[in-house]
Design a protein around this ligand. Sequence first.
Ligand code: AMP
Length: 397
Amino acid sequence: MNYNKKSVTDIDVSGKKILLRCDFNVPLDKESGAITDEGRITASLPTITYLLDNGAAVIVCSHLGRPDGEWKPKLSLKVVADRLSGLLGKPVIMAEDVAGEDARQRAATLRAGEILMLENLRFHKEEEKNDPSFARALADMADIYVDDAFGTAHRAHASTEGVSRYLPAVSGFLIAKELRYIGGALQNPKRPFIAILGGSKVSDKLGVIINLLSKVDALLIGGGMAFTFIKACGGSIGKSLCEEDKLDYALDVLEKAKKQGVRILLPVDAVAAAAFSNDAEAVIVDSTAIPDNMLGLDIGPETSRAFADEIRNAATVIWNGPMGVFEMPKFAEGTSVVAYALADSGAISIVGGGDSAAAIRKFGLEDKVTHVSTGGGATLEFMEGIELPGIACLLDK
Ligand code: AMP
């Protein structure tokens, strides 16, 4: 996978019509349909502003929710166009369709410095099918394609990959940042390079573990997934999460790590309770001797200290997955210690999407780390070293 891709700053956008793929899949209030978190819209402002300020006419497209190829007025992007207009302080013209008569006419008359929003891409089933004529219809409205929707970059859809067959394709600032930091860490990391993996299941992160093993100096494993490793090594884990069918895999990983000279740190202690509940009494136990009636719900204090020390001494850190059930205050300490250690470290600190991004936000530390990935599934696939179609299709530098 080549991470060295052209971005908007590598091309001349002046006087050009840009088809800009954003991720405006914002959460909506079920009752009122109002946007409940505008984070994805504000995240795209730097790219939109750059294009408008540099003399481009911008045609924005996105999906919203899961209309599954049907025209569902409740999932119209009009609500996003209005919010974007407020944030930009200028009108955002709303097309009545996606690539139909209205959109085409409005795109044709769009002038430099103006912005047009197309309707929800997934109102057409052709979008997710990567239908060539639908991609062509989108592309025909513009001169250049800019992709800033990292969250859908692992999908080969008409608006994420198909259009690149008809238009020169480059990244916006959001994807450029994913490439610089996650791509940079995978390709040419500053060392020591460590990865901290957590979350519930080993099975979700098999590919990530294997890919990172060949790159990192140390792998720190916490969260529910650590217990499969601990059991595989002969530990007693009580009622903790365990994937019995992954015990051999865990041993295999430990063996490979040894051969490759990669240190693997597993929790030495755990915060355990008799029930999966914030009301249950929490006790600190040896992670290899968890009482039969208990389950481990967080890493213990000694493990937290060891993980924080590793982070302090690292030059690059990738973190994906919480260290415990951080949604419950009693079991959030391990995740909090890791988040603060990352925020305090001088390392290039990269937080994978999904729950670890939610955790870093929960602790208010988003601006204290180098990069919080905007993807969920896309971030995991990226970390697995899989070629993402929405990135592979961009022009090489
Ligand atoms: P994932 O989606 O695989 O990244 O996992 C995130 C989820 O893992 C969060 O909702 C956590 O509550 C959960 N989790 C983390 N540690 C544990 C644990 N020790 N036992 C059960 N669930 C856990």
